[in-house]
Design a protein around this ligand. Structure first.
Ligand code: HEC
Length: 290
């Protein structure tokens, strides 16, 4: 096996091992980054939902509270406005999901589904949790999901959510007296649940990985060509020439010219030593002949 082939094989092996190791580390790091980005996106969505909630209770409800005595207006309920605003937002981003899922909701459409109940139970079992994260299977692939506890912190909430006789008559007329009552102060009644599709993050991660592998391979290829050219020019060619001369001389052909490799590297000093040895050999031969 030639010197260059050995070099190339060793370099290729080192490159493949290095590429596999660095791709694995890169994949892990970029996946974590992508998940952090999704988490930050959900933070923005939640802040938006809380802002709509606050706008409704501070700006809308005071203006319409008198009308609610005659006819209950869901538009004055923060939960209703936040979820309605989000469903409008979904016209632009249909993959995003938001629900104020509750175990015993006023509006049946807010009833927690099975997977939502699991998240709510986790939050109820451990009330110190600020959020629960889960990757769940959606109909269009995995969804990165975060649930935040919905806790009853104000006594004012209980005026509509404790017993039907405390709630406005117009509200009971609209929603009935069966659901959305019996909530306790400090109780976690449900969760604000947000989901964003994981596929965007995964696609981004693969895209970055392909870019890394492509660029590293291109750099390796250029280096390999460069090393091969240099190796041939600086080592392999001079050694072949010297080997050829040595072979001719060993067979008695003293007409071969001396080979002088320019420079001061190891090959140059080898060529000088080789020439010196050849001259000594020639002298010895001449002395033997005379
Ligand atoms: C004026 C009565 C009223 C008050 C006060 C009130 N709510 Fe509600 N709440 C409702 C109604 C009505 C709905 C159902 C809205 C709909 O149709 O989506 C609702 C819905 C909700 C929901 C969504 C789940 C469900 O029951 O459908 C949550 C969560 C909620 N309220 C929490 C609160 C909290 C927390 C407070 C106190 C800060 C509060 N509510 C105060 C009337 C009220």
């Amino acid at each position: 096996m030639g010197l260059r082939l050995k070099f190339n094989l060793i370099l290729a092996l080192c490159f493949i091992i290095g590429l596999i190791a660095s791709s694995a580390v890169f994949y892990q790091v970029s996946k974590e980054n992508a998940l952090e980005q999704l988490h930050a996106q959900i933070g923005v969505l939640r802040a938006q939902a809380l802002a709509v909630r606050r706008y409704t209770s501070e700006e809308v409800r005071p203006l319409l509270s008198d009308m609610s005595d005659v006819q209950f207006l869901p538009q004055t309920v923060p939960s209703f406005s936040a979820q309605t605003a989000f469903s409008n937002f979904r016209d632009h981003f249909p993959d995003f999901y938001y629900k104020e899922a509750v175990l015993n909701p006023t509006n049946p459409s807010d009833l927690a589904s099975d997977w939502e109940k699991e998240l709510i139970d986790q939050l109820r079992d451990n009330t110190s949790l600020k959020e629960v994260v889960k990757v769940r299977d959606g109909k269009d692939g995995p969804q990165y999901t975060v649930a935040f506890p919905l806790q009853i912190k104000a006594e004012s909430c209980l005026s509509c959510h404790s017993t039907p006789d405390r709630a406005p008559a117009s509200m009971v007329a609209l929603y009935g007296d069966k659901n959305g009552f019996g909530w306790q102060l400090d109780e976690i009644v449900g969760a604000q649940i947000f989901s964003v599709p994981l596929k965007v993050a995964e696609e981004q991660t693969w895209q970055n990985l392909k870019l890394l592998i492509g660029s590293m391979s291109a750099i390796f290829l250029v280096l390999l060509i460069l090393i091969n050219v240099l190796l041939r020019w600086m080592v392999v060619s001079p050694v072949i020439k010297m080997a050829h001369i040595a072979e001719q001389v060993s067979m008695g052909d003293s007409s071969q010219p001396e080979y002088e490799h320019p420079g001061s590297d190891e090959i140059a000093s080898l060529s000088q030593s080789f020439n010196r040895m050849r001259r000594s050999l020639d002298n010895a031969m001449k002395m033997l002949e005379s």
